[in-house]
Each structure stands twice: as structure tokens, then as C-alpha cells.
Design a protein around this ligand. Structure first.
Ligand SMILES: NC(=O)c1ccc[n+]([C@@H]2O[C@H](COP(=O)([O-])OP(=O)(O)OC[C@H]3O[C@@H](n4cnc5c(N)ncnc54)[C@H](O)[C@@H]3O)[C@@H](O)[C@H]2O)c1
Length: 172
């Protein structure tokens, strides 16, 4: 079945978010470049330590709402939750966000929603928007593009994902 949501990056933030969405009976396809992560999740198991995440992933996978793979599939919503580390001199490295965005470029279609959740420097969302529209000019102005940085603390993620307030910035 075609997923509704594609979650790119299945780490401390992406996997709990994917499991939470899937637990609401929404089909989620998770993407990660690490084959061990993909295989572990498809067995209904987890590769990180986070309270309550094991049961959430196990039931989401068992009920067929969460699957993982190495390459993105077509969906209606794409969430980018990849690392954004620092390079030398405290300069943010958004190359993972760029790589994840490149991976979904051919899949994007009118009315799709693209959300960056990775903690990113000011201007990243517009930079990615410009990149997407440069590569797919026929879609210009026809996508929904937003930034919604994650604010949860590891150790209480499953609770905070539901109960923390969020900041959402849309470019349109
Ligand atoms: N962990 C936290 O407490 C926390 C809290 C708030 C915000 N954040 C932010 O959330 C983002 C993700 O952090 P995290 O802790 O989940 O990282 P993480 O390292 O736990 O997970 C990131 C995952 O993305 C995968 N990945 C890397 N490049 C990829 C690509 N091109 N395509 C698909 N998968 C790819 C990695 O293999 C890894 O499994 C970062 O921007 C971080 O700053 C983290």
C-alpha cells in the first residue's frame, strides 16, 4: 500500500515520530541509509534506547502501519529528520538535509507537504525550497513547505512528542 508519510532519518527523533504517526493508523514509510537500522525496524525491534519506543514500534510494524527501507517511496508528506552536526568553527552542516531532499526530488508532486524537522540554521528551509524548485520548476509554488524543529528530550520522547507545544514556520 502507498504510504501517506515518508520519514527520512530513523534515529532518536525520526523513529519515535514515525511510530507515533503509525500508531494513529497512518501508513508510514521510514527511510534510513543504515541497513542495520532498516532491518531492525522491519523486525519490529529498535536500535536505540528510549522508554516505550519498543512497544510502539513493535505494534506499528505488526499492524502494518510502519515499514522501513533504504530508499524513499512516493507519499503525500515527507519529513526530514536527519542529523545536522557542526563542521569546523561551529558551522552547521546541512549536507544530510540536502542529501535527504535530493533523494525525494523525483517523487514530489503537486500539493505534497515537505517538512524539515532537523535543527537547522536560519534560511535552510528557503534554501531547500529554492533547490527543489530549481530541480523541479514545474512544481514551483505547488508544494507546501515548512520547518518544524523537534524539541523533545531523550528519555521522555514518547510523552513529549504528544504534549510539547511546537513551532511551525511555513514558507507559504
Ligand atoms: N536527539 C535529540 O535529542 C534531538 C532533539 C531535538 C532535535 N534534534 C534534531 O533532530 C535531528 C535528528 O537528530 P537525531 O538525534 O534523531 O539523529 P540520529 O543520529 O539519532 O538519527 C539520524 C538518522 O538519520 C540517518 N540518516 C543520515 N543521513 C540520511 C539520509 N540522507 N537519508 C536517510 N537517513 C539518513 C542516520 O543513519 C540516522 O539513523 C537533528 O537535526 C537533531 O539536531 C535532536
Amino acid at each position: 500500500m502507498k504510504p501517506e508519510v515518508v520519514m527520512i532519518g530513523l534515529g532518536y527523533i525520526g523513529l519515535p515520530t514515525a511510530a507515533l504517526i503509525a500508531s494513529n493508523k497512518v501508513n508510514v514509510f521510514g527511510v534510513d541509509i543504515n541497513p542495520n537500522v532498516v532491518e531492525t525496524i522491519n523486525r519490529g525491534e529498535i536500535h536505540i534506547v528510549e522508554p516505550e519506543l519498543d512497544s510502539a514500534v513493535a505494534s506499528a510494524v505488526k499492524n502494518g502501519f510502519l515499514k522501513a527501507g533504504l530508499k524513499a517511496q512516493e507519499a503525500n508528506t515527507y519529513l526530514i529528520v536527519v542529523p545536522t552536526p557542526f563542521k569546523d568553527k561551529n558551522e552547521p552542516d546541512i549536507s544530510f538535509v540536502e542529501a535527504a531532499t535530493k533523494g525525494i526530488l523525483p517523487l514530489l508532486k503537486e500539493n505534497d507537504l515537505y517538512i524539515i524537522e532537523s535543527t537547522s540554521p536560519v534560511g535552510t528551509t528557503e534554501k531547500m525550497m529554492d533547490y527543489i524548485y530549481a530541480e523541479r520548476p514545474e512544481l514551483e509554488g505547488k508544494l507546501h513547505i515548512a520547518y518544524c524543529p523537534e524539541r523533545v528530550l531523550p528519555g521522555n520522547v514518547m510523552h513529549e512528542l504528544v504534549h510539547n507545544d511546537r513551532v511551525i514556520g511555513g514558507v507559504n
